[in-house]
Design a protein around this ligand. Structure first.
Ligand code: HEC
Length: 124
C-alpha cells in the first residue's frame, strides 16, 4: 500500500514539473509573437484577449475586467499543461463557441516552449 502511494506521488510529481520542464522559455518567447496581437503577459493588462500573466495553473475565465464568452466561462477548465496543449492546438475543439480567433499551433514543441515562457514570465 505504502509503495503504491509513493509510486503515485512520483508519477504526479513528474507530471507537474516535467510537463513543461521540457520547454525552452527563450524559444517560447518567439512563439508568443503569434499571441501578442491579442495577449500580454503583464499583470492586469488585457487586450482583445485577457492577460496571460499567471495563466499556467489558473482556472479559466478568472482575469478581472475581461469579458469572456459564456462558452469559456462555462467550460470549467483549469489551465494546466494538458488543457493548454489541447486548447492551443485546436481552440474551437476544446471550447466550442469561445471567441478566441486563433487557428491553433501545430507543433507540440512550440506549445511546450510557450508554456515554459508563460511560467517564466509569471514568476518575475
Ligand atoms: C485574435 C486574437 C487572439 C490570438 C491571436 C490569441 N488569442 Fe488567446 N484569447 C483571445 C480571446 C478573445 C480570448 C477569450 C476567449 C473567450 O472568452 O471565449 C482568449 C483566451 C485565451 C486563453 C484563456 C484565458 C483565460 O483567462 O481563461 C488562453 C490560455 C489563451 N487565450 C492563450 C493564447 C495563446 C497562448 C495564444 C498564442 C499561441 C493566443 N491565445 C492567441 C484572443 C486571441
Amino acid at each position: 500500500m505504502k509503495r503504491m502511494i509513493i509510486g503515485a506521488a512520483l508519477v504526479l510529481g513528474a507530471f507537474n514539473t516535467g510537463a513543461w520542464a521540457e520547454g525552452d522559455a527563450k524559444a517560447g518567447k518567439k512563439v508568443f509573437k503569434k499571441c501578442k496581437a491579442c495577449h500580454t503577459v503583464k499583470e492586469g493588462k488585457n487586450k482583445v484577449g485577457p492577460t496571460l500573466y499567471g495563466i499556467v495553473g489558473a482556472q479559466a475565465g478568472q482575469v478581472d475586467g475581461f469579458k469572456y464568452s459564456p462558452a469559456l466561462l462555462e467550460a470549467g477548465l483549469t489551465w494546466d499543461a494538458e488543457t493548454l496543449r489541447a486548447f492551443l492546438t485546436k481552440p474551437k475543439e476544446l471550447v466550442p463557441g469561445n471567441k478566441m480567433s486563433f487557428a491553433g499551433l501545430k507543433k507540440e514543441q512550440q506549445i511546450d516552449d510557450l508554456i515554459a515562457y508563460l511560467v517564466a514570465e509569471s514568476e518575475e
